[in-house]
Write a protein that binds this ligand. Sequence first.
Ligand SMILES: [Zn+2]
Length: 299
Amino acid sequence: MEAFIGEGIITFFDRFKTDLDCLEYLAEIKKEKVYKCCKCGHDKFTVRKKNFATDCNRCHHIESPTAGTMFHKVKFGLRKAFSIIFEMSATTKSMSARQMAKRYDVSYSTAWLFMHKVRNSMKSSELNPMSGTVIVDEFVFGSKENLKQGRSTDSKKKKIVAAVELSEAGGIKRVYFQTIDDYSSKSLETIFSKHISIGANVQTDKWSGYKPLQKKYKITQTKSDKGKTFFEMNTIVHQVKAWLRSTFSWMHKEHIQHYLNEFSYRINRSITKQNVFDNLINKMLQAKTLTYKDIIISN
Ligand SMILES: [Zn+2]
């Protein structure tokens, strides 16, 4: 079976006409990459004709391709689930849960929960830290946004630190965001340890919080000149704020990190956009299943 390639919605709907088409897709991925019997852990099996169920060669436990995955018992059907994933990955701007609920005729809470599951799989693996030139800067985001840049102490606003990796041509290659409680070195270090390699040439403004990190990272501090040096950074910050504000006006502050992950995923994957859907389905199949509670407390 071929992986789904492309960004066209017609191609997508032609490929996935029924829930069974989607189940077959999951079964194929599971067969190639992730199958382990959930009863005994054995990895050899036979595929049954009916619903592509796997029959364990050792203990004969029969399970659905969705067993133990985020797709298990998706009440609204796999085709809708696939469609929501496609919309969230292949389009440049994702919809809100409210819009998605209307479009696919599911309840708001169903759309909200499932979209959070997808978002969770968009989280970075943290295995490919940024290298070359990386710009790091902080910004704030609040519901009543006044677009003030820099370090605000307004406790109602969310403090966020962003890292932008530049391409050789000087454009934006990748971007990551991390919510922080304050601007201390300890808080700022999180984005470094998760996403920036030790050899990267990091540029920040003159904020003293970055000073202690120079022991470990190559950091050049320059005076922020409101635009020139941090042009790419400012562009990204502007984009992410506009997106957050237009799509998620009712968003809970606690969940902002998930939305930031979604934004990064789309930017960072734009070079390989053709297979972004297949990538996400693979990630979701291998992720741990999440409950409503997991999503509420995770960050
Ligand atoms: Zn078994």
